[in-house]
Write a protein that binds this ligand. Structure first.
Ligand code: ZN
Length: 455
């Protein structure tokens, strides 16, 4: 069994149940898990990393993403748009999606994520244009395996197109049967419920204005039969709230509740416009939230009531959201944004820097239904990252390692990322792939897509 000894760390921020921050201690991993933490651990047969100048953190967990958007970033025409107009423009590009588009955009975004300390990523993929191949999420699992990333795939869909009063173009709309058949195929092929699982699948119809109630109800039944989780966008914008009131005659959460979607096996992306009663309902049901502060700021969606949610013990994880509304996959950078946004909005009620770190680690893991990762403690998955803090610009900024990433911020790739006991990124190099070759292939994939979009 492979072993890794992270020796004599300057600080280990564990995010464990006792919120321990350890100094001068070591971590020994065996296979996929953390086997021991302490001083003077044996180095026999282990790859040893000298961590005397390193801060060590649990790997970051991203609870909501759209990897395909790595190829729809920084588009001049929509820099000032809000969600609905932004989507109406992008649907035009997403009708050109095929398995190759998704493979390379996933590699690009996943690589970005891993370089900044990311170790577990959930993606919600919704674009399955007719005639362009069904093996799209299959290629995402391939990309994750190449990088060594722990990957949770969300089989999303559009079932309510323009002709039925929805927002997406009809050519991106699938039937409920098509969605459920492919969902079953993906769960049976990829979902591993076991400890330290590297591959899971969730059912994730897209949003109230792009799906119908039937696919929500049937997905909930299927998810419970298959014991997988449920995810959707909810309460992201006031436009969505108005749409729900007009179309369903109720607010977004009431509609979701009618569909059987307010439960501890569900988590919602954004959750910006929930009122106090709705936050109480989430708390009672222990339904989770993927908080996407950068996306909510970029698309002017609003500020989620995260302090109230944490106060009521709603499970909350952090997320980048899709690349198109971020425009990166750097969750490390978003720690600082989340911290500052809530300081501005809620002053001394805001989460502390350490609270935000826990949201991005153990909080995200719980939202994804994982109790086997998210903290540095014995028996947890060996997912962590390390940064060398012996740098001129950091002198005087290191008093509180637990809050450091959110309060000071860290603006460059980390030094080491470890996933499931394997070093997947070290000293600027991804260990699983030829980065130069992939950069060329991905660039040529982007050029082909934009040729298709223009012609
Ligand atoms: Zn999203």
């Amino acid at each position: 069994m492979s072993r890794l000894l992270i020796n004599n760390a300057k600080a280990i921020v564990t995010c464990d149940a006792c919120d321990r921050v350890l100094t001068g201690e070591s971590i020994l991993t065996e296979g996929p898990a953390i086997a021991a933490i302490g001083a003077n651990l044996p180095d026999e047969g282990a790859v040893v990393i000298d961590a005397r100048d390193m801060f060590v953190y649990p790997g970051l967990v991203n609870t909501h993403h759209h990897l395909l958007q790595a190829f729809t970033r920084n588009i001049p025409e929509i820099q000032s748009a809000e969600l609905f107009d932004w989507l109406l423009f992008l649907y035009g590009v997403w009708t050109k999606v095929d398995p190759n588009f998704v493979y390379y955009s996933s590699l690009v975004a996943m690589a970005d994520f891993v370089k900044y300390g990311g170790t577990t990523l959930f993606d919600q993929h919704f674009a399955f244009p007719r005639g362009r191949g069904r093996q799209i999420i299959d290629r995402q699992f391939e990309a994750a395996a190449a990088l060594g990333l722990r990957f949770h795939a969300g089989r999303s869909c559009f079932t309510r197109g323009k002709k039925d009063g929805g927002l997406p173009p009809d050519e991106l709309v699938e039937s409920v049967d098509e969605v459920l058949t492919d969902s079953i195929r993906l769960v049976d092929k990829f979902h591993d419920p076991g400890q330290y699982s590297m591959r899971q699948v969730a059912l994730a119809p897209c949003s109230p204005f792009s799906v119908d109630s039937t696919v929500m109800i049937e997905s909930a039944k299927l998810a419970r039969a298959k014991q997988v989780r449920l995810h959707t966008h909810l309460a992201e914008t006031l436009d969505e709230e108005r749409y729900c009131l007009e179309t369903y005659g109720k607010r977004p959460l009431a509609w979701a509740e009618d569909c059987g979607w307010v439960s501890s096996d569900v988590w919602f992306a954004h959750a910006v416009h929930f009122n106090d009663g709705e936050i109480d309902l989430l708390s009672q049901a222990q339904a989770g939230v993927a908080h996407c502060p950068v996306s909510n700021m970029k698309l002017a969606s609003g500020v989620a009531k995260i302090p109230q949610m944490l106060d009521k013990h709603v499970p909350v994880g952090l997320a980048v959201d899709g690349n198109g509304s971020n425009d990166a996959s750097n969750l490390l950078a978003d720690l600082r944004v989340a911290y500052l946004l809530h300081r501005l909005n809620s002053s001394n009620m805001a989460p502390t820097g350490y609270d935000v770190l826990k949201m991005a680690t153990v909080g995200g893991a719980r939202v994804l239904g994982r109790d086997d990762l998210g903290a540095i403690s014995v028996g947890q998955a060996a997912d962590l990252f390390m940064i060398d803090v012996n740098k001129l610009e950091l002198v005087g900024a290191l008093l509180d390692p637990a809050s450091f990433l959110a309060t000071v911020g860290y603006y460059r790739p980390v030094d080491v990322t470890v996933i499931n006991g394997k070093i997947v990124y070290r000293d600027g190099h991804l260990t699983g792939v030829d980065e130069e070759k992939i950069t060329k292939q991905a660039s040529s994939a982007v050029a082909k897509i934009y040729d298709r979009v223009r012609n």
